[in-house]
Design a protein around this ligand. Structure first.
Ligand code: SAH
Length: 265
């Protein structure tokens, strides 16, 4: 693991950003990549649409499905999900589905990723208008969620236990030049103490409980969002807020994530 560059630990520094949502979500793409992407053949390209248009359609559906945080929606518009997938699967990149990314792992469904990042940004002591401070993701996988997080946070550490996936994620994000995203190879069960305290911790893999280290590494006012087995064979999203009065835990909807496994591969 590389050591953390020095920067002040702050939960919130950016001035509130006013993001104006135009009436037609299709016009939101004006700021995103305009290059035609041949890697997204899809039904849509058969209709003469490029990847930004298909992505805008996905984001429109997510917004209609209840995702409200405009910074999250803008990140979903900006990050090209098809770049994180095998070319054979690129045509499904903008469907609301999880897909294999190799090594027995999956990229999460866009609506689950959006929901989790939105929840992360609603921590009690965080304003939802600005960016999050420093964030830790456990389970980089192909790097998609990490790239999204880099758009809504000041600094992101993302840790992956499978070397091959860590390397693939590095390849995936390199051309995106996300200077505030740090990918790490290691066991995320331990968190990443060198980057602590975190304004937000988000896990893309679920165990039987939330490791104590994660809670220790959360800043006061910070929020943790993770899948966890609450009853045998069933996983739910768990939200933990570290408040001045103590830890507050809520159990939300059922989810279906790959298992959180200790050790590296
Ligand atoms: N956020 C990812 C989802 C990847 S799936 C994406 O956007 O694609 C979850 C990932 O968690 C898998 O790659 C798995 O290897 C990883 N994982 C499971 N246990 C882990 C641990 N203890 N430390 C780090 N990564 C872990």
């Amino acid at each position: 693991m590389k050591s953390r560059p020095s920067f002040p630990a702050k939960l919130e520094t950016n001035p509130p950003q006013k993001l104006v949502k135009p009436s037609s979500p299709l016009s939101w793409v004006s700021g995103s990549s305009s290059k035609k992407n041949s890697a997204v053949p899809s039904a849509a390209s058969g209709l003469g649409l490029d990847s930004s248009t298909v992505r805008a359609m996905m984001v429109k559906k997510l917004a209609e499905g209840g995702v409200e945080d405009e910074m999250v929606l803008n990140a979903l518009l900006a990050v090209e999900r098809h770049q994180f997938l095998d070319s054979a699967l690129a045509n499904q990149a903008y469907e609301d589905t999880s897909l294999p990314i190799g090594f027995g792992q999956t990229i999460s469904k866009p609506n689950v990723v959006a929901r989790m990042i939105e929840l992360l940004r609603q921590g009690k002591n965080l304003k939802i208008t600005g960016k999050l401070g420093r964030v830790l993701e456990i389970g980089t996988g192909c790097g998609y969620q990490a790239a999204l997080l880099s758009h809504v946070s000041q600094e992101v550490y993302s840790i992956e236990r499978i070397k091959g996936l860590y390397e693939r994620a590095r390849e995936n994000v390199r051309p995106m030049r996300l200077g505030n995203l740090h990918l790490l190879f290691g066991d995320g069960m331990q968190g990443y103490p060198s980057g602590a305290p975190y304004a937000g911790i988000i896990a893309a893999a679920g165990g039987d409980n939330i490791p104590d280290q994660w809670i220790e590494q959360l800043a006061e006012g910070g929020r943790l969002v993770a899948p966890m087995s609450v009853t045998k064979g069933s996983q739910s999203l768990v939200v933990i807020d570290k408040t001045p009065a103590g830890i507050q835990k809520s159990v939300l909807e059922q989810v279906n994530f790959v298992p959180l496994v200790s050790g590296v591969l």
